[in-house]
Ligand binder design. Structure first.
Ligand code: HEC
Length: 95
């Protein structure tokens, strides 16, 4: 169970059910990216200088490997288009 918890924390959960609450999806992102304006460890803030469309485009590019990445390519593959849209709306609501 500890292993599963770590995977969840990294946003690498098993394929999420269609109705996974967006707060749960986003929680795995914030462990690395920080919250609000506090980008952590040199990792960029998720929505800094980005529109929702930019966010969706970035996640899709990570997912299909057209944007170079260390970890985001692997992470983005765990999310459906609907989940990426929900995350975009969620992060856009952050202060
Ligand atoms: C294991 C740490 C980690 C986790 C978890 C993580 N990210 Fe990232 N993210 C990174 C790193 C590192 C980069 C820089 C690109 C790379 O090297 O992969 C990045 C880059 C990004 C970018 C591009 C930001 C920019 O301004 O260029 C977006 C958008 C993003 N992540 C969204 C997310 C979302 C959404 C989640 C949750 C589903 C998430 N990340 C989870 C580490 C992480």
């Amino acid at each position: 169970m500890r292993f599963l918890g770590v995977m969840l924390a990294l946003g690498l959960a098993l394929p999420a059910a269609a109705n996974t609450p967006v707060e749960l999806l986003a929680g795995g992102c914030q462990g690395c990216h920080g919250v609000a304006d506090a980008g952590a460890n040199g990792i960029p803030m998720i929505m800094r200088a980005q529109t929702r469309d930019d966010f969706v485009a970035a996640m899709r590019a990570f997912r299909d490997n057209s944007r170079e990445a260390t970890v985001m390519g692997r992470i983005a593959r765990g999310y459906t288009d609907a989940e990426i849209a929900a995350l975009a709306a969620h992060f856009a609501r952050q202060p």
